[in-house]
Design a protein around this ligand. Structure first.
Ligand SMILES: [Fe+2]
Length: 251
């Protein structure tokens, strides 16, 4: 087939597709529009699938942590920021005098996400020198990714629960830039503390509660004081605190 006849053939084919309404059908079924779907929507669907796996005990929590960090590292941060409408959030936020503002997120418009999500989600926003205060969790997996600003982030393993304290062991202490992430589960890095070191700073967070049938405690935060007696082997006796005590000292 020469060029002329191929062009004529294509025009004829296109004409008959239009005649029979096949092109419209393809558009209606979203097949041709599929490549236009934002990548971040698929990323959130992947996040949901992974969260369901740990919630339903299909994977171990420590493996979930590694996979969540892999997923966080893959996200196009500018797309996530746009989806979360961070510019508006940053304009409207009322920063608390101590601690972090906890801001809700609406993901109901995201394609491919069920209306009932397995994970909870929020943005934490704070001003310089204010903190997401040192705390651990029960029956919860959670992960942070820095959206904007910089933090000093610390994690500790929660080695032992005692009557008035927790035995904790430092596992991580470094600065975090946008796009950097960290995770928590009942079995690894189960105390975290993030302090803003830029004028303002924003973290995105997801969390999955009630995933560990062996942990009978309610899925609450437990506040700790890492400024405690240091024992041999690097552990710290971290006193239990109330939220207000912890925010007074560290918020
Ligand atoms: Fe937390």
């Amino acid at each position: 087939m020469n060029l002329h006849s191929r062009r004529a053939f294509n025009q004829k084919l296109l004409g008959s597709l239009m005649t029979y309404g096949l092109i419209e059908t393809l558009f209606q079924r979203d097949l041709l529009a599929e490549p236009m779907k934002p990548v971040v929507h698929q990323w959130l669907a992947d996040l949901h699938e992974l969260s369901a796996e740990v919630k339903n005990q299909k994977i171990k929590d420590v493996d979930f942590q590694a996979k969540l960090e892999d997923l966080y590292k893959k996200v196009e941060l500018s797309e996530l920021i746009k989806l979360l409408d961070l510019d508006r959030v940053a304009k409207d936020v009322k920063f608390p005098a101590r601690g972090a503002a906890n801001l809700g997120i609406d993901l109901s418009k995201v394609e491919g996400l069920p209306q009932r999500l397995v994970f909870g989600k929020q943005i934490f926003a704070m001003q310089k020198d204010r903190s997401i205060v040192p705390h651990g969790h029960d029956n919860m997996c959670t992960g942070f990714i820095v959206l904007r600003g910089e933090f000093n982030g610390k994690h500790y393993d929660r080695v032992e629960d005692r009557a008035d304290s927790y035995l904790i062991k430092p596992t991580l202490d470094r600065d975090f830039k946008p796009g950097e992430c960290s995770t928590v589960s009942d079995h690894k890095d189960n105390v975290h503390w993030f302090k803003a070191i830029s004028d303002t700073a924003f973290i995105f967070n997801i969390h999955i509660t009630g995933y560990n049938p062996e942990n009978k405690k309610p899925a609450n935060r437990v506040y700790v004081d890492p400024d405690g007696e240091k024992l041999q082997g690097g552990t710290i006796v971290a006193k239990k605190m109330t939220s207000s005590e912890c925010h007074k000292k560290y918020g």
